[in-house]
Every structure is written in structure tokens, then in C-alpha cells.
Design a protein around this ligand. Structure first.
Ligand code: C5P
Length: 239
């Protein structure tokens, strides 16, 4: 896959106009944009419409986590918006994920829609082993927990997971190469990690086998996002 199809920019901004200004600035260089909680809550489905008008694919990162019935309804709405990818928390459980997938497949057959890729969120990349154990109360190791949630997502028939670069090789080994892995928490070697704990460099994550890379602040908060993107594309080409 060419680097352009692997890099997803997280449009973590609050305003529709600013988001579109960035998208227009990146032009043909970026194909997939991630719309997350901040932008979707402030701009709504309009941002997805605008991205589609510009021939961009959308990863709707709202991390659904609720009772199965509510997640199904949200998944149906996301599918009707025509997103390329969306996600649910794997810790929502097998029934929630399985029913969500079944509802999406049924809808796509009935209304002749393109099926979005559905991903399970394993353990957020901002979470450390210590927090997982002492605040959330998960007694086994972070690695084991990620692998467990990835296997649960596979069992539910999802297309893949969101996981940190540190877990990619283990998940691929456990769930197979065809199981997609989308990796956030990626930093170019020259930038600090901020609130993300399990970060990895771009090159490392690609070498580990990540299918898609999500980058937000490393690009958007840099002094010159276009220049940063150029450096990132070079790093991707040499990975
Ligand atoms: O700015 P940064 O590159 O750290 O952004 C990472 C993006 O990926 C954020 O939008 C965050 O919500 C998202 N994300 C994450 N960890 C996950 C899933 C999504 O950091 N497990």
C-alpha cells in the first residue's frame, strides 16, 4: 500500500471551517481523515459530508461503548453516513460487538451500502500498565489484556483493532495477518510524547506491521504542518 493510503490524519480540531482549511491544505497528499469526538460533537455529520465531497475517506472515531441496542443504532447511523471505518470499545463485550457487526452487514445488504470496516478499541494508548491495574482493576498485564480484547474483536467478526505499535506484532501473531491494525500514539523521532504513554516512532510501527497509522498533534501542532508531512512521508518511504 502506498504511504498515502496508510496515513490517517486525526482532525482533532473544534471548528468545521478550520478542519476543512487543513484538509484543503493537505490536498491530494492525504486520503483518510479521522473525525473524533471533538470535531463530530461540534460540527456533526456535516464534516463527513464535506470530506466526502472532497473524495476523502472517513474514519469515524467515536469509540461506541453502550448497551448492544444503542451501539447498533449508532453503527447503523455511521454506516448510512458512508464512513470508511468506525470503532467500538472491545471492552463493551462480545454481544455488543457481534450484534453491531450483524446489524451493519444486514443493513448494507438491504440498502446496497458499502460495508464500513469495524474496529475494536483495545486499550487506549494514553493508558499505562499502572493505571490499568490500580485504577481500572485489570489484574493481568497490559499486553495480555490487549491480546484478549483483540481476540474478542476477531471472534465478534470485526475487521480489526485499534492498538499501540507495541502490540502490533503480538496481535498479528495471534489474530492473523489479515486482521487490520490501526495504530495511534505515533510520534516522529524528533517530537515529545505528551499525554500518550505507549508511543512509538513511525518507522518502528510500520516495521511491526501496522496497517494504518493515525497521527494528530505531531502534524497539526507543528509550526509547518506541510513540511512535517513531507518529512513524515520520507520516514514512511524508508520504513
Ligand atoms: O495527537 P495524537 O497523534 O496523539 O492523536 C491520536 C489520536 O488517536 C487521537 O485522536 C485519539 O483520540 C486517537 N486514539 C488514541 N488511542 C486509541 C484510539 C484512538 O490515541 N486507542
Amino acid at each position: 500500500m502506498p504511504w498515502r493510503e496508510k496515513l490517517i490524519i486525526a482532525l482533532d480540531v473544534a471548528e468545521l471551517d478550520y478542519a476543512l482549511e487543513l484538509v484543503d491544505k493537505f490536498g491530494d497528499q492525504i486520503e483518510i481523515y479521522k473525525v473524533g469526538l471533538e470535531l463530530f460533537t461540534s460540527a456533526g455529520p456535516k464534516i463527513i459530508e464535506e470530506l466526502h465531497k472532497r473524495n476523502k475517506k472517513v474514519f469515524l472515531d467515536l469509540k461506541f461503548h453502550d448497551i448492544p441496542n444503542t451501539v447498533i443504532k449508532a453503527a447503523i447511523a455511521a454506516t448510512r453516513l458512508g464512513v470508511f471505518m468506525f470503532n467500538v470499545h472491545a471492552s463493551g463485550g462480545l454481544e455488543m460487538m457481534t450484534k453491531c457487526r450483524e446489524a451493519v452487514v444486514q443493513l448494507c445488504l438491504k440498502e446496497n451500502l458499502k460495508k464500513p470496516r469495524i474496529l475494536g478499541v483495545t486499550v487506549l494508548t494514553s493508558m499505562s500498565q499502572d493505571v490499568l491495574k490500580h485504577e481500572i482493576g485489570i489484574q493481568h498485564s497490559l499486553n495480555t489484556h490487549v491480546r484478549h480484547l483483540a481476540a474478542l474483536s476477531l471472534k465478534a467478526g470485526l475487521d480489526g483493532v485499534v492498538a499501540s505499535g507495541h502490540e502490533v506484532a503480538r496481535i498479528k501473531g495471534h489474530c492473523g495477518n489479515g486482521f487490520l491494525i490501526v495504530t495511534p500514539g505515533i510520534r516522529p523521532s524528533w517530537q515529545p510524547p505528551d499525554d500518550q504513554h505507549r508511543t512509538m516512532t513511525l518507522k518502528q510501527a510500520l516495521r511491526e506491521g501496522a496497517d494504518y497509522i493515525v497521527m494528530g498533534r505531531a502534524i497539526l501542532n507543528s509550526d509547518n504542518p506541510l513540511k512535517t508531512l513531507e518529512l513524515i512521508s520520507l520516514e514512511m518511504l524508508t520504513a
